[in-house]
Design a protein around this ligand. Structure first.
Ligand code: ZN
Length: 156
C-alpha cells in the first residue's frame, strides 16, 4: 500500500517507520494506555510523563504496520513540549486530515502532513488514528479521574 502513496509522503512515513521516535523509557508515567486496531492487528502502548499540563516525554511501543508505527512516531515527535490542550487540537487535525475535511492550517503539524495520503485508503485510516485515539482516550480518562481502559479503533 505504501508504494501507492505520493512519493514525498511515502518517504516521510517510511523514515518514521524505520527509525521511530519516542523510545525513551519512562519511570512512573502519568499516563499509560494500550490500544489495538483489530482491523489490521496493530498493537500500541503509550506512556507519557506530564509536568504541569505540558507533555514532557512520550514513549511509544508499536507492533504494527508501517502506517501505525509511523503515526505513533510522529505523535511522539510532535507532542513533546506541547500542552495537553495543544495535543488535543493536533489530534483533531489528524482526524480531519485523515477524513479529508478542512482543518486549521495555522498550526504546524510537521511530518504529520504526510499522513494525508492515507485518506485514500479507508482501511488504513484506523492504523493512522490508533496512536492518537490511544493517547486522547488516556488524557480524557485522566481528566475525569479514571483509570484508562484499553483503546480500540472499533466503533463503539
Ligand atoms: Zn495497520
Amino acid at each position: 500500500m505504501a508504494e501507492q502513496l505520493d512519493d514525498m509522503y511515502r518517504d516521510i512515513i517510511m523514515e518514521h517507520y524505520r527509525f521511530p521516535r519516542g523510545h525513551s523509557s519512562i519511570e512512573n508515567p502519568d499516563i499509560v494506555n494500550e490500544g489495538h486496531n483489530p482491523v489490521c492487528g496493530d498493537e500500541i502502548e503509550i506512556k507519557v510523563k506530564i509536568e504541569k499540563d505540558v507533555i514532557e516525554t512520550v514513549s511509544v511501543e508499536c507492533a504494527g504496520c508501517a502506517i501505525s508505527t509511523a503515526s505513533g512516531s510522529m505523535l511522539a515527535e510532535i507532542c513533546e513540549g506541547k500542552t495537553i490542550a495543544e495535543v488535543k487540537k493536533i489530534a483533531e487535525i489528524v482526524k480531519a486530515l485523515l477524513k479529508g475535511v478542512e482543518y486549521d492550517d495555522n498550526i504546524d503539524i510537521g511530518d504529520i502532513e504526510a499522513l494525508q495520503g492515507v485518506k485514500n485508503f479507508p482501511v488504513r485510516v484506523k492504523c493512522a488514528l490508533l496512536s492518537w485515539t490511544t493517547l486522547v482516550d488516556a488524557i480524557n480518562a485522566k481528566e475525569i479521574g479514571k483509570q484508562s481502559l484499553r483503546s480500540s479503533t472499533e466503533e463503539k
